[in-house]
Write a protein that binds this ligand. Structure first.
Ligand code: ZN
Length: 189
């Protein structure tokens, strides 16, 4: 018996390094205008494109959109960085210029600016840490807990590499949970 679904062209298209496109959750898709380009409009800032390319739209959300929520910014930052990491081309420079330009381009509110900048920084740090950790084969997880001045129970989880680099994996406030070994085991998973 042959599995015809496995061989369908749609499934093949999504195979390989790139995950299926989810850009259309954040961008309104208009008419197709040939070779992977679409009329499009941003769901957050009402920016429009007559011939939008997916990669350009992703860049808009990661770097240029003044109104995108923090989680959206981080999602597309990660995407754009992964792509740049693969191609390792002059795109990298283009991106940092774009980021600088963006700061003066619109006049976002202080709150949006702080949120978005933090998300961008966080996405970059996460990406670096993940690529460092992917290279390592023998990681140690160390954790420690203490009670803060406000009686919160704070725990930190640190990943150690064989070359003694330490990465803070997570800082958790576990006040609502009892300090049982059982709980820690669940949290670590
Ligand atoms: Zn936008």
């Amino acid at each position: 018996m042959t599995d015809h679904i496995e061989d369908s062209p749609i499934k093949k298209k999504n195979r390989g390094s790139r995950p299926p496109n989810s850009i259309w959750k954040d961008i309104n898709k208009g008419e197709a205008v040939g070779s992977g380009k679409f009329a499009a409009s941003c769901k957050y800032c009402k920016n429009t494109w007559s011939r939008g390319e997916v990669s350009k739209l992703e860049e808009h959300l990661s770097n240029y959109c003044p109104d995108a929520p923090a989680a959206v910014v981080r999602k597309y930052m990660t995407k754009v960085m992964e792509r740049q990491d693969k191609s390792k081309s002059s795109k990298k420079r283009k991106y940092s210029e774009g980021q600088k330009l963006n700061v003066g381009y619109n006049t976002p509110t202080r709150e949006v600016l702080v949120n978005q900048l933090l998300e961008r920084e966080l996405a970059q740090v996460n990406f670096k840490v993940n690529s460092e950790l992917e290279k390592e084969t023998n990681l140690t997880l160390v954790f420690d807990g203490w009670t803060s001045g406000t009686h919160r129970s704070i725990w930190n989880f640190i990943v150690m590499t064989p070359s003694h680099k330490e990465y803070l994996y997570q800082l958790s406030d576990l006040s609502e949970n009892s300090h049982t070994a059982e709980y820690l085991v669940t949290d670590l998973q």
